[in-house]
Write a protein of this length. Sequence first.
Length: 241
Amino acid sequence: MNIKIFDTNEELDQVGGNIIASLVQTKPHAVLGLATGSTPIGIYEQLIFLFKKGLLDFSQVTAFNLDEYVGLPEGHPETYRTFMNKRLYSHININMNRTHIPNGDAPDLEAECRRYDSMLAGGTQIDLQLLGLGHNGHIGFNEPDHALSSGTHVVDLKEETRKANARFFSSIDEVPNQAITMGVGSILKAKMIMLVVRGESKAEIAHQALTGPITTELPASLLQTHPNVVVLLDKGAGKYF
Ligand code: GLP
């Protein structure tokens, strides 16, 4: 595992954005696994910056997002689809038909999970999966549990996760109780994984996940089993390394 700690968030964003950018430059048909939350925003800004300078072409890129809330209507400001459009897709030349996010408002959620998995099956392999980290060690919305699902599934969000994400809604009651998430199996199938963690409040969980026992009770610890993981930490999150 290649762990890098940065003095500033600007440096982290540049390095993170440049890793994705070099992949897209060398492999125009790259398949990216993308994430939401506050963590990847600066990395997306770096990609937009490089695109606007004429250094990147996303027209052949395919993107799969990790997760989506259940039950928010299409166009709701807090769906992850809205987030991706606003924070990245509307600023670059990606073909929207190649951007995939689970539909959390589908009438049959089980069928939606199977549909998502079928797109991730066969010859499709994610070249680079970007990940943030939840305060409880979740990746995507794979919450700590005695067992974890391999494929895309519906998950009941933990109270701590709903609380952490309440800052994006007008009250905690509006935070959905469920989400659809890619499973840990699908995440680990990516050729390369880039885990990004910011802030001292995640220092302990990041250290435990990357150096402690591998357990489904700390989903990010399973990343230790992957052969090609780069971890980008800001000073706060890297406090115990
Ligand atoms: C959210 C998302 C995750 C994200 C994590 C951290 O709930 N489902 O994909 O990585 O929690 O979020 P943030 O980056 O806002 O701290």
